[in-house]
Design a protein around this ligand. Sequence first.
Ligand code: ADP
Length: 245
Amino acid sequence: MSGNSLYLDGVSVVFDGFQALNNLSLVVEPGELRAIIGPNGAGKTTMMDVITGKTRPTKGTVRFGESDLTRMDEASIAMLGIGRKFQKPTVFDALTVFENLELALKAPRGPIPCLRWRLNGEARTAIERTLAEIGLTERARDRAGLLSHGQRQWLEIGMLLMQDPQLLLVDEPVAGMTDHETELTATLLRGIAGARSVVVVEHDLEFVRALGHRVTVLHEGSVLSEGSIDHVQNDQRVIEVYLGR
Ligand code: ADP
């Protein structure tokens, strides 16, 4: 598989004397679907912020292929094809599902501005392919405001896909979803990975199991355990952290 690996090498972040990340090293290979789990305060959000340039490491380096992201600003990192989906969906409720994807396709990578343009056949095909991928073909003409919570999350993932990311960072995608929506989201993310890398921060361990790929457990800003979900769930250090024993 071609594409870039993501490397975090000895990354530390200190906020006012508080060590949010502590010598964190991690590699995500091209096409991987990596789940990041860990108790509250483990450093998951800070890790995502460091990758996207929202937070600068105090120490260590972040690389994506040959590009050193450590001192890059957020817009330049987004331009490299690193997309991020925050927990709260940011779709345009007054536009249809199709129009939301159209807007995302035409926008430069990064924050999505509002603009009008004419669709050519190639663009229409790309939108239709994404609609099928996110399971919203039947809803293309509906306003996004009419979608369920889960469908809005998928639409936002679709909007990120329109920008052809190489690496997609996804923050707690299944919070507030029904069991059925959670299952569909696992299927969606499994389908998206492969052609690009996906890093998912999530608390729901059944969902992480359904993703079926490698899991990294963070604790106190470092990697506590890494491997399959069965491996990390049976790791004594993980059990101690989660159960306090
Ligand atoms: P997680 O996402 O795993 O819950 P976070 O990365 O949000 O963990 O936070 C790690 C630790 O860093 C927490 O204890 C949090 O209070 C602290 N922290 C995060 N951001 C800041 C900040 N901007 N200033 C001070 N402390 C912060």
